[in-house]
Design a protein around this ligand. Structure first.
Ligand code: A2P
Length: 322
C-alpha cells in the first residue's frame, strides 16, 4: 500500500497485491516462444522485437501484470564457464495476457549491438540476442514474475494517467493501456513516447489506432533527432509538456492524475523540471515537494537534487534505468 504526501486528490494509492518469484531464477521453468516479430519500422537502425511466450507449463498463468518483469535465463555459459545469470524483461502484455487467459505473455526486447571501445570489437548482448533469435516453438527457461511497485492502482478507474516512455520503456504502457481501455474506464490517458527517429517508434500503428478509436486516449510522440511531423524541432518527451501545454496542463493539474515514467534514467530530471516550470501551487505539489530555493532556479536542477531538494511524491511512479 502506498500513501500520498499531499492533501489533494486521492489520499492513498493502493496497488494490487501481486505474486512475485513464483519461480526463482535458481529454479527456472520451461516456457515456449510462440511469436516473434519486429516492432520498429523496417528501416530502423536498432532492432526491437515483440516476443510472445507461452507460460502454460508454469505456475505463473494469470499472475503476470504489465509493470512486472519476466526473468529469462539464456542457454549456455558465460566466459567463466558458469551458467548465464537471469535477465529481466519488462512485460508488455495486458493482465489477461495476449491470449485472454494469462497463458501467453509478451516482452519487448531490444537487441544490444555495440562496439567495445578498448579493441573495436563487436559486442552482442547475450540475453537480448538470444531471446530475439528464438523462433516460435523454441523452449526457453524463465523465472518470475518480478516487481510490485510499477503497477496500475487496484482501482484504476479512479485516476487519470500521464505515461512518459523512451525506447523499450514503452513496454509496460502497452499492457497498461490495454488493461485500461478494455475495462471501459473513463480515465483520461496520455502516452508520450520518445525515440531517436520516427522509424524507432514502437507499436506506433497500434497506438495511433487506439487513439483514433478511444476519445479518452491521447498519443504524442517526441523525436529527438528529427523535426516533428507537427513542425516542432527535435524534442525529448519532457518538452511535450511545454509544446502540448493546452492539452496536457488541464490533465496534469487535475487532482486524480498519476504520472508514470519508464525508460532512460536521464528523463526523470527533465520531466521534473518541465513540471516545475509549467505547474505551480497545489498542482505542482501533488507531484513534487521542492525546497523554496530549488524553485528559484529550476533550469539549473541536477540529478543529485532528486530525493533531496526535489522530492517526487507517490503520484509519480518510476521505472528507469541507465
Ligand atoms: P537521444 O539519444 O537523441 O539523445 P532509445 O532507447 O531507442 O535509444 O531511445 C531513447 C530516447 O530517449 C532517444 O530519443 C534519446 O534521445 C532520448 N533521451 C536521451 N536522453 C534523454 C533525457 N535526458 N531525457 C529525455 N529523453 C532522453
Amino acid at each position: 500500500m502506498m500513501s500520498t504526501a499531499t492533501a489533494r486528490g486521492p489520499s492513498e494509492i493502493v496497488l494490487p497485491e501481486v505474486k512475485m518469484n513464483i519461480h526463482l531464477p535458481t529454479k527456472p521453468v520451461p516456457a515456449v516462444v510462440v511469436r516473434n516479430e519486429l516492432c520498429t519500422f523496417k528501416k530502423a537502425a536498432g532492432f526491437v522485437r515483440h516476443v510472445e511466450i507461452d507460460i502454460g507449463g508454469t505456475q505463473m498463468i494469470g499472475e503476470c501484470r504489465p509493470g512486472q518483469a519476466l526473468g529469462v535465463i539464456p542457454e549456455g555459459t558465460d566466459k567463466n564457464g558458469k551458467p548465464h545469470k537471469v535477465r529481466l524483461y519488462s512485460i508488455s502484455s495486458p493482465t489477461r495476457g495476449e491470449d485472454g487467459k494469462g497463458k501467453v505473455i509478451a516482452v519487448t526486447v531490444k537487441r544490444t549491438i555495440d562496439e567495445h571501445w578498448e579493441n573495436n570489437k563487436l559486442f552482442l548482448g547475450v540475453a537480448s540476442n538470444y531471446l530475439c533469435d528464438r523462433q516460435p516453438g523454441d523452449r526457453i527457461m524463465v523465472s518470475g514474475p518480478n516487481g510490485k511497485r510499477f503497477l496500475l492502482p487496484k482501482d484504476h478507474t479512479g485516476y487519470d494517467y500521464m505515461f512518459f516512455a523512451t525506447g523499450t520503456g514503452i513496454a509496460p504502457f502497452r499492457g497498461m493501456l490495454i488493461d485500461l481501455l478494455e475495462s471501459r474506464s473513463q480515465s483520461k490517458i496520455v502516452l508520450v513516447m520518445g525515440a531517436p527517429y520516427t522509424t524507432d517508434l514502437l507499436y506506433h500503428d497500434y497506438f495511433l489506432r487506439m487513439a483514433g478509436e478511444n476519445k479518452n486516449f491521447t498519443y504524442i510522440t517526441a523525436i529527438s533527432r528529427e523535426k516533428q511531423n507537427d513542425g516542432h524541432d527535435r524534442l525529448y518527451v519532457q518538452d511535450r509538456v511545454r509544446t502540448e501545454r493546452d492539452r496536457l496542463l488541464p490533465i496534469l493539474a487535475g487532482p486524480r492524475t498519476l504520472i508514470y515514467i519508464c525508460g532512460l534514467a536521464g528523463m526523470e530530471l527533465g520531466i521534473f523540471q518541465e513540471l516545475a516550470l509549467n505547474l505551480n501551487g497545489e498542482a505542482l505539489e501533488q507531484y513534487l515537494e521542492c525546497d523554496r530555493e530549488a524553485l528559484s532556479d529550476i533550469r539549473r536542477w541536477n540529478r543529485q537534487m532528486i530525493h533531496k531538494q526535489v522530492r517526487p511524491t507517490r503520484r509519480i511512479l518510476m521505472e528507469v534505468y541507465a
